[in-house]
Write a protein that binds this ligand. Structure first.
Ligand code: IMP
Ligand code: MG
Length: 179
């Protein structure tokens, strides 16, 4: 199968993404204006969203990353996640905001939020650009949310298919090549 995300399959324009990022940044700025939160990006998908988000936050923040392997999506629905890379910042007693590209089954974000709590974070909130609620397996509370999407596989703006298309500036549906 040849994957071909063309202009025809554009799903979310860059201007709509920008509006969602601006809206989320305004909420975080308001809620954390007198705080010094740590934003934890979940690698790799969140890196584009996180980099746009932090440049819209005129407050003191710190940034770190975790990397998680999730075995809950795709062929297996066992709902397990494993930590591949942990933060270097000590999150004990800190205000943590977990930043994700998309909440799908909820397994990854639920695992990362629980991990931050187990590391002693003072508060943990979840921020995601995209939310695919129709696929949820784990009940996860989202505090900052951009755009709700249907049950379709999408790429671009950090989201990949077999590691490709993360660099696309907008978000596209995956289309099968009809050739
Ligand atoms: P979870 O199912 O909520 O644990 O999400 C696991 C990961 O699957 C997310 O962090 C995304 O990187 C990835 N993912 C979920 N849906 C899509 C999609 O439509 N396109 C690309 N990646 C996705
Ligand atoms: Mg991801």
């Amino acid at each position: 199968m040849i994957i071909n995300p063309t202009e025809k399959s554009i799903f979310i324009e860059k201007t709509k993404i920008d509006s969602a990022v601006n809206r989320i940044a305004a909420c975080i700025e308001k809620d954390y204006s007198d705080k010094n939160p740590v934003l934890i990006g979940i690698l790799k998908g969140s890196f584009v969203f996180l980099s746009d988000l932090v440049r819209r936050l005129p407050i003191d923040i710190e940034i770190d990353f975790v990397k998680v392997a999730s075995y809950g999506s795709g062929t297996c629905s066992c709902g397990e996640a494993k930590l591949l890379h942990d933060t270097s910042i000590d999150v004990r007693d800190r205000d943590v905001i977990v930043v994700e590209d998309i909440v799908d089954t909820g397994i990854t974000t639920s695992f990362v939020c629980d991990h931050m709590k187990s590391r002693g974070a003072g508060t943990v909130r979840l921020c995601t650009l995209l939310n695919k609620p129709s696929r949820r397996q784990v009940d996860v509370r989202i505090d900052y949310e951009g755009i709700t999407v249907p049950d379709k596989f999408i790429v671009g703006y950090g989201l990949d298919c077999a590691e490709k298309y993360r660099n696309l500036p907008a978000i596209y549906f995956i289309e099968e090549d009809k050739e």
